[in-house]
Design a protein around this ligand. Structure first.
Ligand code: URA
Length: 187
């Protein structure tokens, strides 16, 4: 099975899994270049994402797109998904059991995509991989997940609410671009 087929199968498997929570919402599986060296992982879909079945398409998504373009990339060049693949009601934070329920699927998605670097957006995605990390202290730093680098960055929605967070958010994207370029990960 090639990468695309494996991802398609995974999507079929998630859709068929009746044990998953939040099944009243649409599945937002993820999208982008399946051969991207960079995988962005957010928290969970919101209202717009649920409607369009695409990740990061609201205001936060627009800021994410802008940050991606600001470092000379295009949104279609990267792959974007979330730790929880269906919208929690009223945009509440995902519950620990919801994160746990979707975890095997995220793990498999990462295995299939096999990115060179993972970028988590916001504290939920960050803490999923690095339990003790603190977003204000650790965003923009490089951690390792197995033998893969992982960089937490602020959530774009947080960057929309605060100019100081926005500054750090943009700074981290510049750093990400340097790292990817230096490691000759860019295509
Ligand atoms: N926030 C997220 O974490 N993910 C989305 O897809 C949209 C908003």
């Amino acid at each position: 099975m090639n990468k695309l087929e494996a991802l398609k199968q995974l999507e079929i498997d998630i859709t068929a899994d009746k044990s998953l929570p939040l099944r009243e919402a649409n599945l937002v599986f993820g999208e982008g270049n399946i051969n991207s060296p960079v995988l962005f992982i957010g928290e969970a879909p919101g209202l717009n994402e649920d409607r369009l079945k695409r990740p990061f398409v609201g205001r936060g998504g627009q800021l994410l797109n802008k940050a991606i373009v600001s470092i000379g990339w295009k949104r279609e060049d990267v792959y974007i998904t979330n730790i929880v693949k269906r919208r929690p009601p009223n945009n509440r934070d995902p519950l620990p059991e919801e994160i746990v329920a979707y975890e095997p699927y995220l793990k498999r998605q990462i295995e299939i995509l096999d990115p060179k670097i993972i970028v988590t957006l916001g504290r939920f995605a960050m803490n999923h991989f690095i339990i003790a990390a603190k977003i204000s202290r650790d965003q923009g730093k490089i951690f390792r997940m197995g033998n893969r680098p992982l960089m937490p960055i602020y959530h774009p929605a947080a960057a929309l609410r605060s100019t100081s967070v926005l500054k750090e958010f943009n700074k981290s994207f510049k750093k990400l671009a340097r790292i990817v370029k230096k490691a000759e990960l860019a295509h």
